[in-house]
Design a protein around this ligand. Structure first.
Ligand code: FES
Length: 107
């Protein structure tokens, strides 16, 4: 099963199992990671914002215009920001690292 690492707000790196087909937002909820996801993944809240490690950013599906519009409303936006509900885990993303907005990170 693919693994996913969350960098939490205190800088802690939490590596978890991430079943194929689940979104990063759904995986975070399974493991008690502090990502809200208020709209349940229907692209209308931006509370699932994550910052993707640059090594992984280019491996994601292209961002849609709807995601881009919603992302504009997120806080602590960075160059590799995406919405966690729009990143769907698959085997190619095994090992991906994402940080919560504002979390300290060394990249
Ligand atoms: Fe609302 Fe992702 S959960 S936009």
């Amino acid at each position: 099963m693919p693994k996913l690492t969350f960098i939490e707000k205190d800088g802690n790196a939490l590596k978890v199992d991430a079943p194929n087909g689940l979104s990063v937002m759904e995986v975070s909820h399974k493991h008690g990671v502090d990502i809200e996801g208020a709209c349940g993944g229907c692209l209308s809240c931006a509370t699932c914002h994550v910052v993707v490690h640059p090594d992984w950013f280019g491996k994601l599906e292209d961002i849609t215009e709807d995601e881009e519009d919603m992302l504009d409303l997120a806080f602590d936006l960075e160059k590799t920001s995406r919405l966690g509900c729009q990143i769907i885990v698959n085997d190619d993303l095994d090992g991906i690292v994402v940080a919560l907005p504002g979390a300290p990170k060394d990249w």
